[in-house]
Ligand binder design. Structure first.
Ligand code: NAD
Length: 351
């Protein structure tokens, strides 16, 4: 066995249908008594219900969370936090709302209770990406990792089918890259494979019937596993390409991950099949092609062209992605990344 270092996430995880009811107890467990509840404007209703259930433990509600965690929004939320004398954050929503909570905690050290409603996985990581003047920066730190996460699958029944599928594939990308991470460990590999298996079984069930309770449970369980892998090990070519395209062309986060995943995995599999053998066995014998077939069967978006990306933009994207690449089991050269992007642009099955 290869030598390894494993750093476990110190977060407290509360999982199960109906666990939202434990939110007040979890706030008290953090030693807090005045929560600032965070949401997007779209999820204000859900946040109001949560704030009502917290009673006097809720100091105020800030519903301004938005994509890319803009610093000016964080500053407004910080002002609301200070104005009401809040002492903790309760974030209910997807990665955008979680990101706002992390951005506040990164500045004032407030403890966070996060209640995810998508599968993006941000709640399980000590990573914060934020934007200022159009520039995105990413940082890591123990104060960024939420102290407590309540995973209540009931909260995902309202997730539109398209977001359920793309958000699930987004989470699966964390696990797929975790399997070949340079700083991986046997435990993170187990979590990654279990997360991929959970989504492989859950997403078709949810697509068939959005109310399928076992499917919802499995997807939320997978989200925790895949998010924990993202928080524990370094990512590679897939995340590099998603950040490059998403940041430069302002593409929707989950859709970009969903479209690129089969192609980035096939790219690694071509020269390092042994690194992905366990993923391949979950998806019919080939990791890249298998993930493509899986995504197509779910009705996931398959073509970058459908996100408005033009063919001429691909040259620049290949140049940017290879200028300052992440570590990868297969070195990134501009020509093969350009070919990868061409296949993802056209939605061609990786063979
Ligand atoms: P999101 O949080 O942007 O949500 C998309 C939309 O769906 C929002 O309007 C939201 O209110 C709505 N929504 C969320 N859950 C819903 C539900 N159950 N029912 C109905 N509507 C719902 O989307 P996301 O994909 O979860 O998050 C993407 C963001 O998260 C990106 O900015 C990405 O960079 C970030 N992210 C960060 C990390 C990290 O570790 N730092 C990890 C993954 C994602």
């Amino acid at each position: 066995m290869q030598a390894f270092t494993h750093t476990a996430s110190p977060a407290r995880i509360v999982f199960g249908r109906g666990t939202l009811e434990s939110a007040a107890d979890e706030v008290r467990r953090l030693g807090a008594s005045r929560a600032l509840v965070l949401s997007t404007p779209q999820q204000r209703g859900q946040a109001e219900t949560l704030a009502a259930s917290l009673g006097s433990l809720s100091a105020d509600l800030f519903d301004g969370a938005t994509m890319h965690t803009p610093v000016d929004v964080t500053m407004r939320a910080m002002a609301a936090f200070e104005k009401v004398g809040a002492d903790c954050i309760v974030a209910i929503g997807g990665g955008s709302t979680t990101g706002l909570g992390k951005a506040i905690a990164a500045r004032n050290g407030a403890p966070q209770l996060v209640i995810p409603t998508t599968y993006a996985g941000s709640e399980a990581t000590p990573i914060l990406g934020e934007t200022e003047n159009g520039v995105k920066t990413t940082r890591r730190g123990p104060e960024i990792l939420p102290e407590t996460v309540i995973y209540d699958p009931d909260l995902t029944t309202s997730l539109p089918r398209h977001l359920a599928v793309t958000s699930g594939l987004n989470a699966m990308a964390h696990a797929a890259e975790g399997v070949y991470a340079r700083d991986g460990s046997p435990v993170y590999t187990l979590m990654a494979l279990e997360g991929l298996r959970a989504f492989r079984d859950a997403l078709p069930a949810i697509v068939d019937d959005p109310d399928n309770a076992e499917g919802r449970d499995g997807a939320v369980y997978g989200a925790w596993l895949c998010g924990t892998v993202l928080g524990g090990v370094g990512m590679s070519v897939h995340h590099k390409l998603c950040h490059t395209l998403g940041g430069s062309l302002d593409l929707p986060h989950a859709d970009t991950h969903a479209i690129l995943l089969p192609h980035t995995i096939a790219f690694i599999e071509e020269t390092a099949p042994e690194a992905l053998a366990s993923v391949a066995s979950l998806f019919g014998g080939r990791a890249g092609a298998g993930l493509y077939d899986f995504a197509r069967s779910l009705g996931a978006p398959l073509r970058l062209a459908d996100l408005g990306v033009t063919e001429t933009q691909l040259d620049r994207m290949a140049e940017l992605a290879t200028a300052n690449p992440y570590w990868s089991p297969r070195p990134l050269d501009r020509k093969s990344i350009r070919e990868l992007l061409q296949r993802a642009w056209a939605g061609k099955r990786p063979d």
